[in-house]
Design a protein around this ligand. Structure first.
Ligand SMILES: O=P(O)(O)OC[C@H]1O[C@@H](O)[C@H](O)[C@@H](O)[C@@H]1O
Length: 323
């Protein structure tokens, strides 16, 4: 559905679905709200094509957004799920994490169909195409379609479809990440399962191997885990909540927490906020994806938040990851 001209600064546009609301706001801050059962909801900001809120049945926020986040374009918002494309981090010559998170996306009126999923309550399709300026720094024509969907059980999924629309016959390559900021009660009470014994790239992009235990957090972590299994679990002991991250088409997973020193150095991040967030980012970093003209790539992530089967220090990882 196309967005119409705003009639008031906060004009709310009717969509054909009672579960989808388009909210016009000044300064490029248009949003889309997806509503599910009870208090479940997802908020998407067209600037950056960024999910900025994901709430469960009880209306509790599941994603972290910094209290110091800068909501004004052109800077990306610190929190939610920024999209890193066509470059993850500093793995290339472009600006950090690429430009997609700093561009205005539009509603995709006529997306090519995706397989029908009856469990999906509400969804929106948005699209990004390069601007003239983007073509100067990254001379490739593309269509990046993103479907954001809220499932009947409150799960959130993001499906990216990137197509090479170059007319000069040239392929292009890119790296990618769903830079997901999870909200956690206390980082020292959190562990990540599913990445044990995996190889990873450290900050210096050197290859190392993770130990056999679940990952816990006692200092800064910034690692790109390589060729990982399709599921990762983030267990928040204090909240007794487990986030299950299921990914397709995205071999790598970035795990990031800036800890105290880096937190203080970030102007749009509170000094102590590192205690309440963890980024676990399904990604394609080590091996860039290459598309020939006309080819399309798909990368999907599904996030769910379930009560932990944690009980006095015993979590059955098999239940979480395969149950
Ligand atoms: O400050 P930015 O550009 O949003 O990046 C935040 C972090 O994003 C993570 O994905 C990277 O692994 C970190 O190295 C980086 O510091």
């Amino acid at each position: 559905m196309a967005a119409s001209t705003p009639q008031s600064p906060h004009h709310q546009q009717q969509s054909s679905s009672p579960f989808v609301e388009y909210i016009r706001a000044p300064g490029g801050l248009d949003k889309v709200l997806l509503r599910g059962g009870r208090s479940c909801s997802v908020e998407i900001r067209l600037f950056g094509g960024q999910v900025t809120s994901w709430k469960n049945d009880h209306g509790e926020e599941l994603l972290f957004v910094s209290s110091k986040a800068n909501f004004r374009p052109p800077k990306a918002l610190r929190g939610g799920i920024p999209i890193c494309f066509p470059q993850f981090g500093s793995h290339g010559n472009l600006e950090q994490h690429g430009f997609a998170r700093n561009r205005l996306w539009t509603i995709d009126d006529n997306p090519p169909p995706l397989p029908v999923n009856p469990a999906i309550k509400a969804f929106v399709d948005i699209i990004l195409k390069p601007t003239e300026d983007d073509l100067k720094t990254w001379p490739h024509s593309f269509e990046f379609r993103l479907r954001i969907a809220l499932g009947a059980l409150g799960d959130l999924s993001l499906t990216s479809r990137i197509r090479n629309t170059n007319t000069d016959g040239r392929p292009f390559s890119y790296t990618f990440a769903y830079h997901t900021y999870f909200s956690v009660s206390d980082i020292s009470e959190v562990r990540v399962e599913g990445l044990e014994t995996m190889d990873y790239l450290d900050l210096k992009k050197e290859r190392c191997t993770e130990q056999g235990d679940a990952i816990v957090f006692e200092s800064e972590v910034d690692k790109v885990y390589l060729s990982t299994p399709p599921k990762v679990a983030i267990i928040d002991h204090e909240k007794k909540r487990t986030f299950v991250v299921t990914k397709e088409g995205l071999p790598d997973v970035v795990v990031w927490n800036p800890w105290d020193k880096k937190a203080k150095a970030m102007q749009d991040f509170g000094d102590s906020e590192y205690k309440h967030m963890l980024c676990v980012e399904p990604a394609a970093v080590e091996k860039p994806i290459t598309l020939k003209p006309g080819e399309e790539w798909k990368g999907r992530v599904a996030l769910s938040a379930v009560p932990s089967s944690y009980c006095s220090g015993q979590l059955d990882p098999l239940m979480v990851l395969h149950g």
